[in-house]
Structure formats: structure tokens, C-alpha cells
Design a protein around this ligand. Structure first.
Ligand SMILES: Cc1cc2nc3c(=O)[nH]c(=O)nc-3n(C[C@H](O)[C@H](O)[C@H](O)COP(=O)(O)OP(=O)(O)OC[C@H]3O[C@@H](n4cnc5c(N)ncnc54)[C@H](O)[C@@H]3O)c2cc1C
Length: 547
């Protein structure tokens, strides 16, 4: 197994100082670390909690141009999203997969895809949507992924979930899906392979300054409480929804971040029969929503509401559940009920503030801001655009540096992408069930060979943590040894995703996960108990939507 630096070694590496210090270990910070390291900078990254524990684990899992931004006229944003989608399909074929979306066309749709259509023109709505999808295809320039139409009879046959009443037919367009947490880890692993040093549970607490210029950061090791200084020529603030707070350390940021909450429901396997994505074509608040396949289930999302609560633990409310089920049920033949919901999660969008108006009509564009002291903040954006955001950020560094180091990430495959054929062969000889093989390949790519090696050394690690869910015990060991997993709650929510796939079923795995982690990290009984209590408190908080 390729062993990256341990957390302790990473901390020592940071103390020696770096050229570029990235604050934030979500997809944006990971992308910046990769871009800078691959241009030859000495890079360090600190993450206050666990990697991808912020918004980067709470997305709808789409790698997309953003179909809903088309009618809003955000063409440049859509084009950039589609270009990045194309790159990610090439550079991370194990993680990013094409996905078809059925847009059902019903008589009397008033605001399909968020466009308000006057009653006289409603019969032209399908034509309008087709024109939009033709533009989407043109921007994407991928002949494999062109939209098509479906007759009513085809929809009834191929997408039996849709309510036939008033159904006229459907349009099918393509985007892509990816597990956000695994994508973040793949980008971090690639950054480390380029020499970056990354450390979780390490929080920036203050900026260091000399003569008004930012020269590094004071960092707290949150596992021990000790603090140390990291000197850096450039400090990048990639803290997403916390971006304005961190930018305020070098006073008065020139941007504001507005927060908007999006809730998702995870549905039990089989609740939706269609294997691909279904678009909920209109919502009362003028948007659209999606039913998207994820980890053998479907996710229904999302809401879009201004948010001023606790940034570190956004919760799904009972009202969110009602809203999502109500809107989905307007289009489904078999209504979904609360019994179909196995888990729920919410995230907060980091929107660069416009002057006023509801957050759902604000652009998802990103913005690079450099403070007078030299703190570089990258804010806004989407998961899909992380690479382009990172390129713009590191371009701001090279511009200040006067260096000509060119961006390399547009053609740099992510860790796990090379050697997929060999990995497939090894998986098919492994004796693992088909769903486990797919899960391992789509989560780790060729690195699944490392997990297979763990299973060969200890056969018990090949077993599922929960019946019916593809996650294996080996993944917990791998997370501790190769990816700095340090808490039980992180392993349950982020590393295995069990607690966000099925909160009840996850209960059956807690003892096994805790025991594996105790073995890896040397926890005694008291520490294991403390970890379980922390996990249970978070689990109970996150289940508040059950009322
Ligand atoms: C509901 C919802 C659905 C979405 N769906 C999609 C989608 O389908 N496709 C898509 O492309 N995009 C989607 N997005 C957008 C996408 O998820 C985000 O743009 C992206 O994940 C933001 O990543 P980030 O790294 O900027 O922020 P985060 O992932 O939040 O990372 C910021 C990190 O900074 C850390 N941090 C904060 N303060 C400090 C400090 N002082 N020291 C050290 N670390 C610190 C935090 O702990 C956090 O981990 C969605 C967003 C939401 C909310």
C-alpha cells in the first residue's frame, strides 16, 4: 500500500514552512493544493475537521453544467461547468460517470426548469426546453452525451416511476455523477503524490504578518490542543461557507458570502425503480429538483433557502422532508412516504453575495479576492468547477510571484485513474459480490488493489459492515492507514457514508467500526466509549427531522 505521510509526519512537515499554505480541506482547498503542488510549489494544507466534512460531502453528487442556470442566462457558468465535466470524465473515469436525466413533460407545466411560461405559450414549453438542451449539447461537445426525446409510450415503459396522468413524453439529457467525498480524497491523494503535505484536525487560528504582509498562519492541532506556526509565502483561504470569516482576519474582505441551505433525502433501495436520474421539472419556488442514483439508492434533493444557523451542522427539518416528498409525489406514480426515507443530509451553499434577492437566483460563479495583506481567498463556485477555480487561484499566486509556472491539472489524471483494467481483473478474481466490486472500483479506482491486499491479509476485512450495503470493513482500516481518519463519527458519516445512507442500519455497524478503529489508532476502552458518545450525539442531532 502506498503510505502517505502519517498525520504526525504531516504536522512536522508543516512546521518546517511551505511556499503555499491552503486553509480548508474541501474540494476547493484540495484542488488548490493539487494545482499549486503540480506547478512545483511546496504546499501545505490544513483542515479544521475531517477532509470534505463541510459542503463537499453534502452536495447532490452531480458533475454538471447546471441545466437550471441556462434559463437564468448564466451561459459562461454553464459552459465552464460542461468543460470541466468533460475533463473530469477523462481524468477520473473511475469516479465520474455519465448520467442520464429524464425531464418529464406534463400538460400545464407552468415553470418548467424554472422558466415562467405565460399560459398562451405553454404548448411551446417542450420546444423551449429542447432549444435549451441543444445549447447544453453544443457547449458540452460530447457526441456520446446528446439529448433525445421520448414518447409517452417509451416513458411509460422505461421510467415506470412517473405518473402517467397528463404525461406527454419526456426529454433526456446527460450530465455526470460522482461521490463528492471520494472525489475530494482523490484530489488530495493526487496533491500528496505531487509533494503536498496535508493535515486534518488542524485549524488556522490567526494569520502571521510582517510589515502588514501575510507571512503564514498560526495553526492549532485540534487533537492535542497544541499550537504551532506555519510560515508561507502565500496563504490561500479555501474555507467555503466560512470564507468571509477567515478573510476577515486580514481585515475587511471585499466580498460577502450568503448562505443557502439545501436538504436531501436518501431513499431506501427500490423506492425508485429507474436506475438513472429523474428531474422534478418545477417547484413552487420556481426551481427544479432531482432524484439521483447514489450508492445503490436514490437521493431526492434539494431545497434552497437562505440560512443563518450553525454553519458546521446544518440540519434537515421536518418541513424540508414534507417539501421534497410533496414535490416528488406530484410526478410519481407510487407516492413516496416518510417510510421510504432512510437518511437525510443538508448542506450550505457558499454563494458570493449579490446585492439582494433570493439566493436561488444568484449565480454559482466563483471569485478570487486578494486582500491588501496578500491573503488569497477563493469563494463561491461548485464541486464541478473545483479544478478551474484552483487554476484561477494559483494563477493569482504566479501573477504575484512573477513566475511562469503553467497550470498542469487540465491533463493530469487523478490518483486511481491509471491501471483500471488491472484493478477490474483483480476485483473479478476476488470473490467479492458484484456490488462490492463496483463500489470499490468507483470509490478508489486502481487504489482498490491496496484494499484487496488488506482483505487478502485478513479475510474478515472483506465482509460488509451492514447487510445490503456494499461498504467493506477494509475501508475503515484503509481510511485510518492511508487517509488520516481519526474519529468514529467521521468514519460513520464521511469515510463509509453508512450514517448518511441508512441511519438505522448504520447502528449495526458502529461497534465493528469502533473496534476496527480502536485497533488501528490504539484507542483504549475509555476512548472508544468517548468516540461512540460523540458519534451518537451527532447521529441524534442529524435525525431531528424525524420529529
Ligand atoms: C445542497 C447542495 C447541493 C450541491 N450540489 C452540487 C452538485 O450536485 N454539483 C456541484 O458541482 N456542486 C454542488 N454543490 C456545491 C458544492 O458542494 C460546493 O460548491 C463545494 O462542495 C464547496 O467546497 P469548498 O471546498 O469550497 O467548501 P467546503 O467543502 O465547505 O470546505 C471548506 C473547508 O474549510 C474548513 N475550514 C473552515 N475554517 C477553517 C479554519 N479556520 N482552518 C482550517 N480549515 C477550515 C472546513 O472545515 C471545510 O472542510 C452543492 C452545494 C449544496 C449546499
Amino acid at each position: 500500500m502506498m503510505m502517505p505521510l502519517s498525520r504526525a509526519e504531516a504536522l512536522k512537515g508543516l512546521e518546517r514552512g511551505v511556499e503555499v499554505l491552503v486553509i480548508g480541506g474541501g474540494i476547493t482547498g484540495a484542488g488548490v493544493a493539487l494545482d499549486a503542488a503540480s506547478r512545483g510549489y511546496r504546499v501545505g494544507l490544513v483542515e479544521r475537521a475531517d477532509y470534505s466534512g463541510g459542503t463537499s460531502s453534502r452536495s447532490t453528487k452531480l458533475v454538471h453544467g447546471g441545466i437550471r442556470y441556462l434559463p437564468q442566462g448564466h451561459l459562461a457558468l454553464v459552459r465552464e461547468g460542461l468543460r470541466e465535466r468533460g475533463r473530469l470524465l477523462r481524468l477520473a473515469p473511475h469516479l465520474v460517470h455519465p448520467l442520464s436525466f429524464v425531464v418529464p413533460l406534463y400538460a400545464g407545466l407552468r415553470r418548467p426548469l424554472g422558466v415562467r411560461i405565460p399560459s398562451l405559450l405553454r404548448s411551446f414549453a417542450p420546444l423551449g426546453i429542447r432549444m435549451g438542451l441543444a445549447a447544453y449539447d453544443m457547449f458540452a461537445r460530447d457526441p456520446r452525451l446528446r439529448h433525445r426525446t421520448m414518447s409517452r409510450a417509451q416513458v411509460e415503459r422505461d421510467v415506470p416511476d412517473l405518473n402517467p396522468n397528463g404525461l406527454r413524453g419526456a426529454l433526456v439529457y446527460y450530465d455526470a455523477r460522482a461521490d463528492d467525498v471520494r472525489l475530494t480524497h482523490a484530489v488530495l491523494a493526487t496533491a500528496r503524490a505531487c509533494g503536498a503535505v496535508t493535515c486534518n484536525y488542524a485549524a488556522l487560528t490567526a494569520l502571521l504578518r510582517e510589515g502588514g504582509r501575510v507571512t503564514g498562519a498560526a495553526v492549532e492541532d485540534r487533537l492535542t490542543g497544541s499550537s504551532f506556526e506555519v510560515s508561507a509565502r502565500f496563504v490561500v483561504n479555501a474555507t467555503g461557507i466560512w470564507g468571509e470569516q477567515v478573510a476577515a482576519l486580514d481585515p475587511k474582505p471585499e466580498f460577502r458570502i450568503r448562505h443557502s441551505k439545501g436538504a436531501h433525502l436518501v431513499l431506501r433501495p427500490g423506492a425508485v425503480a429507474h436506475k438513472e436520474a429523474i428531474v422534478i421539472p418545477e417547484t413552487d419556488d420556481g426551481r427544479l429538483a432531482f432524484i439521483v442514483p447514489w450508492a445503490g439508492r436514490h437521493v431526492l434533493g434539494t431545497t434552497d433557502d437562505a440560512y443563518d444557523g450553525d454553519l458546521s451542522s446544518p440540519l434537515v427539518s421536518g418541513g424540508d422532508v414534507d417539501y421534497l416528498l410533496d414535490h416528488a409525489n406530484r410526478y410519481l406514480r407510487r407516492p413516496l412516504g416518510k417510510g421510504d426515507v432512510t437518511a437525510a443530509f443538508a448542506g450550505i451553499r457558499p454563494l458570493v453575495a449579490a446585492a439582494s434577492g433570493p439566493t436561488s437566483v444568484m449565480g454559482r460563479d466563483h471569485h478570487v479576492a486578494v486582500s491588501p495583506g496578500g491573503l488569497i481567498s477563493i469563494v463561491g463556485g461548485k464541486l464541478t468547477g473545483y479544478r478551474a477555480m484552483a487554476e484561477d487561484t494559483v494563477d493569482a499566486i504566479t501573477a504575484r510571484d512573477g513566475s511562469r509556472r503553467q497550470c498542469r491539472t487540465a491533463s493530469l489524471p487523478l490518483t486511481g485513474a491509471a491501471g483500471l483494467e488491472q484493478a477490474r481483473t483483480a476485483l473479478s478474481a476476488s470473490g467479492l459480490a458484484a456490488d462490492q466490486q463496483t463500489h470499490l472500483l468507483e470509490s478508489y479506482g486502481a487504489q482498490c488493489l491496496d484494499l484487496l491486499a488488506l482483505m487478502r491479509a485478513d479475510q474478515a476485512l472483506a465482509s460488509r459492515l451492514v447487510p445490503g450495503i456494499a461498504v467493506t470493513a477494509a475501508e475503515v482500516v484503509y481510511a485510518c492507514r492511508a487517509e488520516q481518519a481519526v474519529t468514529l463519527a467521521d468514519c460513520m458519516f464521511l469515510r463509509t457514508r453508512l450514517a448518511v445512507l441508512d441511519t438505522e442500519a448504520a447502528e449495526d455497524a458502529v461497534a465493528a467500526v469502533a473496534s476496527l478503529m480502536a485497533g488501528e489508532l490504539g484507542w483504549d476502552a475509555a476512548e472508544t466509549h468517548r468516540q461512540r458518545q460523540t458519534y451518537e450525539a451527532r447521529r441524534d442531532r442529524e435525525r431531528a427531522y424525524l420529529g
